[in-house]
Design a protein around this ligand. Structure first.
Ligand code: HEC
Ligand code: HEC
Ligand code: HEC
Ligand code: HEC
Length: 199
């Protein structure tokens, strides 16, 4: 008679587990993304191939002049070493980028193209390869999506995405991101008497 109670309890437990209260069963995993249908495009800002002029087009947008319009006329001159040496054009160029010299990026004898540390020439439009060579951590973060932002879809099976270029946000000559100052919140338009009460 002594061991009836434990036996009953055991039966009850077995019955319960058969009834299947399976709250702890793993949830169905989300299906993996399908094959990509969209593509990733990286912006190539216009400033890499042309500069803004004072003239406006019919829609009021500033007309842009391709670099080649002027630079294909004259023979390439050696790259200057300081911004003040630019007198005939591009005057007032600001430069604050570590201890770099102009020829850290521009090719000395072909100033309109860039070069990697190995000396390999690089067209202006591939400037990101150059930035990435010196800024590995940011380039890695950019690849992973944590730096640089984008519009579109991370999941390429849902559509394409457009990524910003490093020089969309950073001027290559003064790359420090121009910070934004916090401003006071706008004052709510209180009726006159109430506004007084808070003063
Ligand atoms: C309206 C004509 C014009 C346009 C457009 C123009 N440049 Fe220039 N650029 C000049 C002139 C003139 C100089 C020589 C300035 C000096 O030495 O005082 C110059 C100088 C330079 C230099 C210094 C080395 C050199 O060749 O003297 C670089 C680098 C340069 N330009 C790059 C560019 C790039 C990149 C673009 C397009 C994004 C561009 N320029 C667009 C007229 C132009
Ligand atoms: C970190 C790389 C880098 C360095 C260093 C650099 N440049 Fe540039 N430069 C660029 C890129 C990229 C462009 C393409 C246009 C742009 O984004 O402004 C450019 C464009 C230019 C232009 C064309 C006009 C303009 O403002 O875009 C001139 C002129 C110029 N650079 C002169 C210089 C001079 C002078 C120095 C040295 C004081 C220098 N650069 C140092 C990367 C560099
Ligand atoms: C040859 C190496 C080199 C290249 C190429 C280069 N940088 Fe730099 N960059 C530096 C150095 C060195 C500093 C200064 C780091 C410091 O002061 O701690 C710097 C600083 C910066 C900073 C921080 C600026 C600040 O004042 O806080 C930014 C942003 C930046 N670079 C962006 C770029 C971008 C965008 C490009 C491509 C157009 C680029 N860099 C290309 C070497 C390079
Ligand atoms: C959408 C705009 C955007 C793009 C695109 C972008 N950056 Fe930045 N970057 C920023 C901002 C914002 C900061 C942080 C500024 C701060 O904290 O003051 C920054 C900071 C940096 C710094 C300074 C170090 C740091 O982390 O504070 C470097 C170097 C840099 N970026 C390099 C790059 C390179 C290289 C690329 C291209 C692969 C790139 N950035 C693309 C916005 C951008």
């Amino acid at each position: 008679m002594d061991n009836v109670l434990p036996t009953r309890l055991l039966c009850l437990l077995v019955a319960l587990s058969w009834c299947g209260c399976n709250r702890d069963a793993p949830r169905q995993l989300q299906p993996p993304p399908g094959p990509p249908t969209g593509v990733e495009t990286v912006l190539v800002p216009e400033k890499l191939t042309s500069i803004e002029s004072d003239e406006k087009d019919a829609l009021g947008r500033p007309l842009r002049v391709p670099c080649a319009t002027c630079h294909s006329l004259a023979d390439a001159r050696p790259m200057p070493s300081r911004p003040e040496q630019l007198q005939a054009f591009h005057r007032g160029l600001q430069f604050r980028h570590g201890e770099l010299s102009c020829t850290s990026c521009h090719q000395a004898d072909a100033p309109r193209s860039l070069h990697l540390a190995t000396g390999q020439a690089l067209p202006m439009t591939e400037v990101m390869t150059l930035c990435s060579q010196c800024h590995g951590p940011q380039a890695r973060d950019y690849k992973a999506g944590a730096h640089g932002g984008m519009t579109g879809y991370w999941d390429l099976s849902r559509g394409g995405r457009t990524r910003n270029n490093c020089v969309s946000c950073h001027d290559p000559h003064t790359p420090k991101y121009a910070g934004a100052h916090p401003v006071m919140a706008p004052r709510p338009p209180l009726p006159h008497s109430e506004a007084r009460a808070h003063e």
